[in-house]
Structure formats: C-alpha cells, structure tokens
Design a protein. Structure first.
Length: 75
C-alpha cells in the first residue's frame, strides 16, 4: 500500500485492503531502504510475531477448515 503523499509504502493483509488503497503492482516493484536493526537476539520463528505473515492463518481460513471438517464428519 502506498500512502497518499507517496513517501511511504507498507504491507497490509489482503483482507484489510479497501477500495481506493494505492497498491504496488507489476514486475518492476519499488526501491526500499530497510530500517537498521540489531542482528542478535532474533529467534528462529521471529517472523511469526509480525502482524502480517502469510504463515499465520486468517480467521476466515480457520472457520472454513472447521466447517469442512464438520461436513466431512457428518457424511
């Protein structure tokens, strides 16, 4: 997502994208400067602590899997 003043880009879960959000698309991408941060102390699964992670199931997916399991059990 690109902010209105075009000075900053950030990620957002697809389920939170709204009509009118400016989204980067295409093959060229954007140039970024990542913030400096300490390298030590990071755990193996530190990526799971972020708000946005494709490894984290969304509530929708969890609900859908539960419904599918229930239907399978009823058969």
């Amino acid at each position: 997502i690109i902010e209105d003043d075009k000075s900053r880009a950030y990620t957002k879960p697809i389920r939170l994208v709204k009509k009118g959000d400016l989204i980067v698309v295409g093959e060229e991408g954007i140039r970024i400067t990542p913030p400096e941060r300490p390298r030590e102390g990071g755990g193996l699964f530190e990526f799971m602590a972020s708000e946005v992670s494709p490894e984290k199931p969304s509530a929708f997916i969890v609900k859908r899997v539960a419904e599918d399991l229930k239907q399978t059990k009823e058969r």
